[in-house]
Design a protein around this ligand. Structure first.
Ligand SMILES: Nc1nc2c(ncn2[C@H]2C[C@H](O)[C@@H](COP(=O)(O)OP(=O)(O)OP(=O)(O)O)O2)c(=O)[nH]1
Length: 441
């Protein structure tokens, strides 16, 4: 079905994803690429961390389960909200991280800085990049751009349903670049409840599924890797817990981070959460440890899914009601990752290098792509050369810098981590590669 044909026949607000949407996302190479995009850290030495692909599959599964559960337990409210479509939640969840560049957040921040420096005002962020991929970049058919997803799927993908704002939170996270403003309006035409920036209920479910998913699997990954000492945190003497909490609150005050909750209630929620963890020793892989860990993580997911309720009303403050204790637990699970993993100097130094790779790639490609001599474009992958050629033909040499730089950002952001590394080695003469080794498409 074509995009315009997918409008509800009587022009009213409700829309549903087509099952084709889910399949189109799943079959796209952009989805496959997520297998080579880091979630938190690159796995080494036989460890098997989640990557953005395994993460997205789990968000889709938890999102679907949440939606089905809410339909079951709160059918009347769901109907009053115009229905909840599990298929839409699943499709949006599969697509939600497509825009993550190689090396994840560190590259996101770097690409944003580089584009802003070059005067491309709406910069770079993973969320608008996901939206751009499904509406413009991915190739599904010959006669349209993107995956031709239904309005409902696009709207459910909009966790930040506004364009980039000049300042504040809306400047850090947003839903679509100006290049995709038409697609954004097409998606948002469904939304007549809440204020202008309200997420639809499917996007709210997808967002909560994302939070549940990563806060649980990140702990699983890094306890197994020996970085998060769950065994010491659960120990009766409480020393590690005190040390952790003191560090969290010290970082918050240093960084001006605020929470909706008080320190005492957060500390209590965290101690309560640890009581659920049947873990007393460092991870060695023993069968009983594997079973205990699975028990803990699946118990947490059940707990978080089960404590989610649906509430009526316009959705300006959301239609999901999540137990306060659960929200505090999830907040503290995220802090475990920050304290023991993200702030770890080994990861920080790795991220420093990854940021350099992205910067070099962007600068070298940008210089080539903005050249008026088409021979200079030869170092770019084929699709980028084709697009730059089209842009120049349409806009002329001197008026197309922003469009060309957007293609450069798409090219770098669309690489796998191996491709980025190989291309960096090749372009900076660290290792020339082979004539027969294709450059990324
Ligand atoms: N290594 C590293 N990992 C990070 C960093 N920030 C977040 N992460 C990881 C932790 C989680 O697994 C995941 C959370 O980020 P996401 O982009 O998936 O979701 P978030 O809700 O923070 O952002 P969103 O609102 O979806 O754009 O990424 C960072 O600065 N470095």
């Amino acid at each position: 079905m074509k995009r315009e044909d997918r409008k509800h026949p009587d022009g009213t607000i409700q829309g549903k994803s087509s099952p084709a949407d889910r399949d189109r996302i799943l079959y796209s190479p952009e989805f496959r690429r997520l297998a080579s995009v880091t979630q938190v850290a690159v796995a080494e030495g036989g460890l098997l961390f989640h990557n953005r692909l395994t993460h997205s599959l789990k968000v889709a599964q938890i999102g679907r389960r949440l939606a089905e559960g809410l339909l079951d337990s709160h059918r009347e409210i769901a109907v009053s909200l115009g229905g909840i479509d599990p298929e839409t939640v699943e499709s949006a969840a599969l697509a939600h991280d497509l825009g993550h560049p190689p090396f994840g957040h560190v590259a996101e921040r770097k690409l944003d800085k580089l584009l802003l420096k070059e005067g491309v005002a709406d910069g770079f962020e993973g969320n608008p990049q996901s939206f751009r991929i499904v509406t413009k970049i991915a190739v599904q058919g010959d006669h349209y751009d993107g995956l031709n997803l239904a309005r409902a799927t696009l709207n459910a993908l909009l966790k930040y349903p506004h364009m980039r704002k000049p300042s504040g939170k809306g400047n850090k996270k947003w839903g679509a670049y100006t290049f995709e403003e038409d697609d954004f309006r097409f998606a948002r035409a469904l939304q007549t409840v809440g204020n202008g920036d309200s997420m639809c209920v499917e996007a709210q479910i997808m967002t909560w599924a994302d939070d549940i998913t990563y806060s649980v699997h990140d702990i699983e990954d890094f306890y197994q890797a020996g970085l998060i000492p769950l065994d010491q945190l659960t120990s009766k003497d409480g020393r590690e817990v005190d040390r952790f909490l003191a560090n969290v609150f010290e970082r918050w005050s240093r960084k001006g981070i605020t929470s909706k909750y008080g320190k005492d209630e957060l500390s209590e929620a965290f101690r309560g959460l640890l009581k659920l963890a049947p873990i007393q020793e460092p991870y060695s892989g023993a069968r009983r440890q594997q079973a205990a860990l699975r028990n803990f993580t699946s118990g947490l997911i059940d707990r978080y899914v089960g404590h989610t309720k649906l509430i009526e009303g316009d959705n300006s403050s959301g239609n999901l009601e999540i137990d306060k204790n659960i929200l505090m637990e999830v907040e503290m699970l995220k802090e475990l990752l920050w304290y023991y993993v993200i702030k770890n100097p080994a990861l920080a130094s790795q991220e420093h290098g990854q940021s350099r790779i992205i910067e070099e790639l962007f600068n070298i490609f940008a210089q080539a792509a903005t050249s008026n001599d088409s021979d200079d474009w030869a170092i770019l992958p084929g699709r980028a050369r084709e697009l730059i050629d089209e842009i120049v033909k349409l806009n002329g040499q001197n008026t197309s810098k922003n469009e060309r730089l957007r293609v450069v950002a798409d090219t770098v952001a669309g690489m796998t981590e191996q491709q980025a590394l190989q291309m960096f080695h090749r372009l900076t003469a660290i290792s020339p590669g082979s004539l027969f080794q294709p450059i990324a498409t």
